[in-house]
Design a protein around this ligand. Sequence first.
Ligand SMILES: [Zn+2]
Length: 247
Amino acid sequence: MTPTYDLNKIKFATDEATFKRAVGLYESGNVTKVETLGGYFSAVVLGTEPYCVSVSARNYKQGHCTCYLGQKDTLCKHMVALALYAVMDGKPLGDKDKQLSHSVECSMRRDTLNKEELEAVKKSITESMRYVKPYRGPSRTWFANQDSLREGCNRLSAIVSDLPVNKQTAEILIKLLLRLDKKLRVGGVDDSNGIVGGFMTQIVEMLEEFAQIAPECIEAFKSLVGIGITCFQWEEPLVCILDETQN
Ligand SMILES: [Zn+2]
């Protein structure tokens, strides 16, 4: 049985701490007696005690575990460890597979993207933006909606952290900020947990780094002048940098 999710899905839709603990369990061979039945993977995962764990082949967050968290219907490291087994088919994880950072970090690279690379980046941004979706209720779907926002921002973080530093990529980042701003102001996205806002702040901070590393990036900030009301004046630090260079 092949799960419909892949390793990337698990990486982007799981919080960092749970993912890392699950990797530990999987790599120490603690996922045992794996079986498939009726669209579910089941296993005994050895933790503090042996736990009976199952996850759906369609959605690894659907399942069950006999541990304390699992009994409260919370996604636990045992379920994620079994999901890792399912997508890896029991094979070892590579170093890159295990790398996980949900925060935005400047690549410090100075290369230029060619036309195909640029198109690929834009496409992957657009795909990730689909997870930043409006909340339409009912209230029981609110947590799932917030998870989706988080997954979208995690996916976007991985994309933007891989961009080289130049005017071209600064423009991509500014456009991304404007798209997210629009989603928050008029797109019906409920960001009361500050997931999207926090991500936007990280991009602004990275753009400040861009401006220091490669001053030509500041040119890209010009499109922020006079844009009117934004959701939390996130553009101000960037407009300030632009002002300073013009005086
Ligand atoms: Zn568990």
